[in-house]
Ligand binder design. Sequence first.
Ligand code: XUL
Ligand code: CO
Length: 435
Amino acid sequence: MSTGFFDGIEPVKFAGGDSTDPMAFHHYDADETVGGKRLEDQLRFAVAYWHSFAWEGGDPFGGQTFQRPWYPQDSMANAKLKADVAFEMFEILNAPFFCWHDADLRPDQGNFADNLSTLEEITDYIGTKMEGAKTKLLWGTANMFSDRRWMSGASTNPDPDVFAFAAATVKGCMDATHKLGGQNYVLWGGREGYETLLNTDMGAELDHMGRFLSMVVDYKHKIGFKGQILVEPKPQEPSKHQYDYDAATCIGFLRKYGLENEVKLNLEQGHAILAGHSFEHEIAVACAEGMLGSIDMNRNDYQSGWDTDQFPNNVPEVALAYYHILKAGGFTQGGTNFDAKLRRQSLDARDLIAAHVGGMDVCARGFKAAAAMLEDGGLENALAERYAGWQDDRARAMLDSDLASIQKRVLDEGINPQPKSGRQEILENWVNRFV
Ligand code: XUL
Ligand code: CO
């Protein structure tokens, strides 16, 4: 029986580029083959349970603006109604995946034992719903940042009891993710950082965080979870400084604790912007190390300087992000999660659907542009040409030699390099033909 929340809203259809219907797909045709696979299998869209169903429309200056039939979110009955509505939306959107935090799914009873048993109960309920639906779980994660117990960190907390609570929580969330066939498990360390160095032993905190992540990896193997373990970089907010600052910092951290072959990255567009990077920079850093896991495709407002988590709407930016992802072979177990929320004035059920329709369409359009760029091969050829000198045997041999022999060769051969154009404007013009 329908909840009635989406009454009057039909399943979203692909209507083509000529349609003017804002509730239809103009670019996203799940079955269209692009880059050798169905678009649905390439993009692997996921709905974020938290922003769509748990977030009530508050901001730092004001509280709840939404009025949903599953509020207040403090009972199992309302948690089940929320799940019913969520699965109705997945069906309307034909969404292949969703993602959750434990705290999005179940009411918070304030103690570990009750929170664990309500998580088990609601994930059993969701498991039954998944049996009758196409939507799969892209990833699960633990919310270890909202409750006041996490205010000084989870695994990096100076209080070992909080470390213990965090370990117990993550075990429960990994079990639930595994039970629901999740394809990834994510850790985002919103409070894993500091407010002031005056009260922070950074070396100890990093060691604890490294050890914690090793335990996560050990547990994954113990239970036979085949999903990827992913960490999600973000430079700050809520903490003044977060240890998982950006892709490069995370990769250094993973190497230090011997986790570089076990853990990959979940990269978020908005977090890249906060770190002072472009999204494609973060993706290129991860791809260069073979560590791209999945993405959160939500933008930030370039003027506001904080994490506004908006649905994507900039095709050229999205195209460059997917270009790098496709160049690295595309997603395997990862996907495109909309870690994005409505604006707090967007009160209607229709707004929730329209936001996802628009996000999926922008991604599809960008993805097709990326695939066309790759197929054309112009950028690839320019790159190969720029580095062609390194195909020369003597150039390659240099990498196995030493400074003194190289100096001798420069003198003997009178090597005197002539600068060549980087051709940036020509390449930018080239990209512009596709977006
Ligand atoms: C916070 C953020 C999180 C993670 C999951 O900025 O992106 O929602 O994606 O905890
Ligand atoms: Co995110």
